[in-house]
Write a protein that binds this ligand. Structure first.
Ligand code: NDP
Length: 293
């Protein structure tokens, strides 16, 4: 029996439409237009595509979108000046600084300068800490999207064994923290984990956020498990072109899992949708109003 394919594209369209509907309510009832600013430093081609897509999705949801581009030679102070200006701008409720930043700019210093209330990427330590202790927080978009898909697929996650492979600050750690908040029994695996296949085989929920193409094989997956593949890896094809694959060997895992996200079309589309949802949440909190139902 093959797994149910979790359709991130369709789900993200629902989340985006929901954000758009809330924006309409906020405009009509509170004269509030949520605004999202994206800061791009340099000309990394992948980052340019992400930024363009984010801007487009923001406008489609009826929000204000501002894009600030700085030269690859920008100093840390120049980036900080932009962040400070956006922190003080009442029409901007969300600020996202596209990573990676050029090496002369300290990423932590820049993320730390963002007003935590406007930190729609959820990378500020204040938000990390608030989420960890159960206070309202801005939650990083990729793990939030994964959690939404898991809850949509499984309902209550209480008591399930969750294994998160990867412990980065932007995916693995916040994912583990969110799953813990949902009462999962959480294991965080990483490059020093012993016998990773055996650890993975214990997972009812397996989240792969490693950045290694098709590393997780079908026989690492517990029969019936729900597999969320965060990985985005570009590998060469025989014709000289490239194709995208995840961190999970999909063709093998789909034969064993109960449900699985494909790459592309799984976690990826959810990230931008969650960014829009976070911007709506941030705008409501800053305005001191309840988020529309
Ligand atoms: P990082 O490189 O920051 O982290 C990778 C993690 O994987 C590290 O914790 C590392 O362990 C662990 N790891 C590496 N090799 C192994 C191994 N052989 N066995 C077990 N663990 C290993 O990556 P990110 O978290 O930023 O991203 C992970 C993947 O997710 C990438 O493919 C990225 O492109 C993708 N991604 C997708 C997004 C989306 O929107 N869908 C958004 C963000 C990322 P250690 O800490 O010990 O080094």
């Amino acid at each position: 029996m093959t797994a149910t394919i979790i359709d991130g594209k369709a789900f993200s369209a629902r989340v985006r439409a929901e954000a758009g509907r809330k924006v309409m309510v906020l405009k009509e009832q509170h004269d509030l237009t949520p605004g999202l600013a994206v800061v791009l430093v340099g000309e990394d081609p992948a980052s340019q595509v992400y930024v363009r897509n984010k801007g487009k999705a923001t406008v489609e949801a009826g929000m204000k979108s501002e894009e600030i581009r700085l030269d690859v030679t920008a100093t840390e102070q120049e980036v900080l000046d932009v962040v400070h200006r956006l922190n003080a701008d009442p029409t901007i409720h969300g600020i996202l600084v596209q990573l990676p930043l050029p090496k002369q700019v300290d990423e932590m210093a820049v993320l730390d300068a963002i007003d935590p209330m406007k930190d729609v990427d959820g990378f500020h330590v204040i938000n990390t800490g608030r989420q960890a202790v159960g206070l309202p927080a801005m939650v990083p978009c990729t793990p939030l999207g994964c959690l939404m898909m898991l809850k949509d697929t499984l309902g209550d996650l209480s008591g399930l064994n969750a294994v998160v492979v990867g412990r980065s600050n932007i995916v693995g750690k916040p994912m583990a923290s969110l799953l813990l908040s949902e009462n999962c029994t959480v294991t965080i695996a990483h490059s020093r984990t012993r016998d990773l296949p055996a650890v993975c085989r214990g997972a009812d929920i397996l989240v792969a956020a490693v950045g290694r193409p098709e590393m997780i094989r079908g026989d690492w997956v517990k029969p019936g498990a729900t597999v969320i593949d965060v990985g985005i890896n570009r590998i060469p094809k025989e014709d000289g072109k490239t194709r995208l694959v995840g961190d999970v060997c999909f063709d093998e895992a789909v034969e064993v899992a109960g449900a699985i996200t494909p790459v592309p079309g799984g976690v990826g589309p959810m990230t931008i949708a969650c960014l829009l949802a976070n911007t709506v949440t941030a705008a409501c909190r800053q305005a001191g109003i309840d988020e529309p139902e």
